[in-house]
Design a protein around this ligand. Sequence first.
Ligand SMILES: Cc1ncc(COP(=O)(O)O)c(C=O)c1O
Length: 410
Amino acid sequence: MRYIVTKNKQIKKRMRSFNEYYSLLREAIVSGNLKSSLDRGAFTHPKQILNREIINSLGLKRHRISLGYGQEVGEDIVREKIVERENLIHGTDYNLENVTVVAGAWFGVEVVIEEITQKYANKKPKIAVIGPTHYQLFQRPIEVLGLEVIGFDFVNFKGSTPKTKEEIDQILKCKPNVVFVTNPNNPIGEYFPSNLLRYLISTCKKRKIFVIIDEMQNFLATDGKGINYGKWIKAKNVIRIDSFSKHYALAEYRVGWVIADKSIIGSRYTGITQHVRGLMGNAPRAANDAIVKLLDFEINEIRNKIEHPLGRRIKLLYKKEDFIIKLLSKNPRIEIIHRDACFNLTVRIKDFPSDIEMSRRLMNRGTLIMPCTGYGYRTEDVVMRITFAERWSRIKHSMAVLTSILNEKK
Ligand SMILES: Cc1ncc(COP(=O)(O)O)c(C=O)c1O
């Protein structure tokens, strides 16, 4: 079998591994001992996207009408740009009614599931998750909404996504009401094969199953293209979620978006929008403006072949990845797992007790690397996610610590 099946109890355990990691992390921060962190990305230069004009708009010159209340579905200009970019890439005909802004992709997943749950008035929907993925996303569905979540985790090191229609059919045998897919997945960054996604969507459509696709890792694709679906992606049962948290390391902006049929997007008192209303789907002005600017860069690149102003710097990330690959591939205790996208390199470490123990040892020596139990990997498989979107000095420090731990006598 290429996948393992996990139920609520094990999923909760996986979720809790984030608690363990973040408690250790807090201790490490308080100790003042941390010198590098490769557990998340940071590479934007805010000045390039938050220019003087935008800083002025924060308070110095309020030249546009501020829509604090009244546009909880998200600012029109942000949604227009999202629609324009999506239609350019996929040949779709999305319009403003197909998009709502949410407070990040994580929250997007939560409200989408909440909305679907509400649609099933007399029964609770069952969710099949095709992992590995970020299992923290399912704390609210399991513990707040009381839903049954079944994980199908491709964590046996034979590829991290389904490869055949038979595997999709097998997964659907659990009769879910919702299938959740990450494209590309986290932590590996492997794309869900397009033909299988299309098959999944059409099969689910016939069986009245929703397909939620979380695309927030779709960035820095090794094939230079990334996601490019085609018109078929705009289906009534498909809900797509994205943000620039990874693309531009802008997690703190908390701007994400959901693209779906208008019956799911809804408006003030219906659909997803009713769930984000009190939280303000309309993000802070500076965040909205920065997102619009970045979308403009991307649209210009696709439509007019104008080089993305951040493009060259983003491409430099490949050099950092190469540096880590060259260094780690010399080490017999490390197996590097191929990535299709995003700025993480995932490795499996041999002859070591657990991923959390590895994190602890790394933190004691002043660096952070993400353990992957929370994504569906077995702790004893010691899968670690190394983010290469960091400064050279931090990467070198962190890799020196990792290799010295691996070179120690067992
Ligand atoms: C699959 C997936 N979705 C969503 C998120 C969180 O995204 P955001 O910062 O946009 O809420 C993560 C975070 O790593 C993730 O792995």
